[in-house]
Design a protein around this ligand. Structure first.
Ligand SMILES: [Zn+2]
Length: 143
């Protein structure tokens, strides 16, 4: 597991993040809160496209790796690039979990669990909708 780096490509002060993000985004991205299951607006998103970090815009996931995990949060079996996300041991709340952060700005995205059964990787990146911005391929002029 990677150690927590001391710097990110995109760094902002707490006050700047507070100003730029909505209250919900700030709570999840900067304070590692978790949105309630089954409430995220990207949960049922099934169009082709790209999911980027809601804080800095870095591309994190592609629609082709999103799957229906039944857990109530948008789930992906792999990131666009292993370097796009940062995995950190998280022992908060009395559990041993692996936190997923944006490798570009250090914002909290969710957790990854080894129970992506039936997927090519066996991983389940359990993400908060508010941590992600979705751009449909049609909108972006991509295929
Ligand atoms: Zn980011």
């Amino acid at each position: 597991m990677a150690n927590e780096p001391t710097s990110y490509q995109v760094e902002k002060s707490d006050a700047e993040w507070r100003e730029e993000l909505t209250a919900d985004e700030y709570a999840v991205l900067r304070q590692a809160a978790t949105e309630r299951p089954w409430t995220g607006e990207l949960l049922d998103e099934s169009r082709a496209g790209v999911y980027a970090c809601a804080a800095c815009g870095a591309e994190l996931f592609k629609s082709g790796t999103k799957f229906d995990s039944g857990c109530g949060w948008p789930s992906f079996y792999e990131s666009v690039d292993p370097a796009a996300v940062q995995l950190i041991d998280d022992t908060s709340m009395g559990m041993v979990r692996t936190e997923v952060r944006c490798a570009t700005c250090g914002s909290h995205l969710g957790h990854v669990f080894p129970d992506g059964f039936g997927t090519p990787t066996g991983d389940r990146y359990c993400m908060n909708s508010v941590s992600l911005d979705f751009t449909a391929a049609d909108d972006a002029g991509l295929k």
